[in-house]
Design a protein around this ligand. Structure first.
Ligand SMILES: [Zn+2]
Ligand SMILES: [Zn+2]
Length: 304
């Protein structure tokens, strides 16, 4: 079962040095989720062979342009290419007005249904759920309302061991209880322990997307021990004041969050245009949390 993140954009406000503003695509069990949609996202999807028509859910963290200005182009191309499947957008409620006014003045009536799900930025909520995945908001501290997103697989039921079921001649009617972890009692009253008949399910995997935010320890309980954390690192620690003024984080601070939350792995991104070479940011983060990687466009991160 796939759980993969593709980086489409890793720049902050200014696209520069061939870096584009924020966008990522998640493939979880062959469902494709777009997270933020900075300028050029569609071009980046084409470049990295992401089939954009397979995206049915888009999550937008906040309404600074570097996180959503690519959306209109994507919506419009989906329309022109004949999309009919509904598209769900999870975003601050004002985004609907921004999209509607552009559709109105271009006299466009989309061929597909656009379903807006307004996201509340004052408390964490579950905003999406299907049979395999849940998405919760993460409340960030930025100049305007901003949320991150926690993608987590659901806890699965125990896995039946077919050969054992045949060996003990277990009826199909007992399967559900076995998956729930119960022992099996034969008609003669003999108890067969659940461990003999089932295996442990896969441990649920999780990924958190946190951009943009001031250093914010309030997010730690929610991201504790997750497999992979993406955290913005707009600046280095020598620009700590600038980071605070603009409600952003430094590389060392992002790494400190990773340490305190005991995550397994950290990706840093949302780099300021002042850094052409990103390795000093990586070094700064690694000095605090070794298992850190730069968000480089086109890179894919698998969670095994
Ligand atoms: Zn930004
Ligand atoms: Zn921002």
């Amino acid at each position: 079962m796939t759980f993969e993140i593709t980086i489409l954009g890793s720049s902050s406000a200014t696209p520069i040095y061939q870096r584009h503003p924020t966008a990522q695509v998640l493939n979880i069990h062959e469902r494709f989720f777009l997270v933020d949609c900075g300028e050029g996202t569609l071009i980046q999807m084409n470049r990295y062979r992401i089939k954009f028509h397979r995206i049915n859910q888009i999550f937008i963290s906040h309404l600074h342009g570097d996180h959503y200005l690519g959306l209109m182009g994507l919506l419009s191309t989906m329309h022109l290419q004949g999309r009919t499947v509904p598209l769900h957008i999870y975003a601050p409620f004002e985004l609907q007005e921004i999209v509607d006014i552009q559709l109105k003045y271009s006299q466009t009536s989309l061929r597909y249904e656009l379903v807006f799900h307004p996201v509340n930025s004052s408390s964490s909520k579950k905003i999406y759920e299907d049979e395999d995945v849940e998405v919760h908001t993460i409340i960030l501290n930025h100049r305007i309302p901003c949320t991150g997103f926690l993608f987590s697989e659901k806890q699965k039921l125990r896995k039946l061991i077919k050969e054992k079921l045949y060996e003990y001649n277990i009826p199909v009617t007992a399967y559900h209880d076995l998956k729930m972890g119960k022992d099996y009692t034969t008609p003669e009253g003999k108890i067969i322990s659940n461990n003999e008949l089932t295996d442990d399910p896969r441990i649920p995997r999780s990924y958190a997307f946190c951009s943009d935010t001031l250093y914010n320890e309030h997010i730690i309980p929610q991201i504790r021990k997750i497999d992979l954390l993406y955290h913005e690192a707009t600046f280095m620690n020598d620009k700590l004041e600038r980071a605070a003024e603009t409600f952003h984080t430094t590389a060392a601070q992002a790494a400190a969050i990773a340490v305190k939350a005991e995550v397994k792995r950290l990706i840093i991104g949302h780099f300021s245009a002042r850094y052409k070479n990103l390795y000093p940011l990586l070094d700064e983060a690694k000095a605090v949390f070794e298992n850190t990687t730069l968000a480089i466009e086109g890179d894919r991160f698998m969670i095994e």
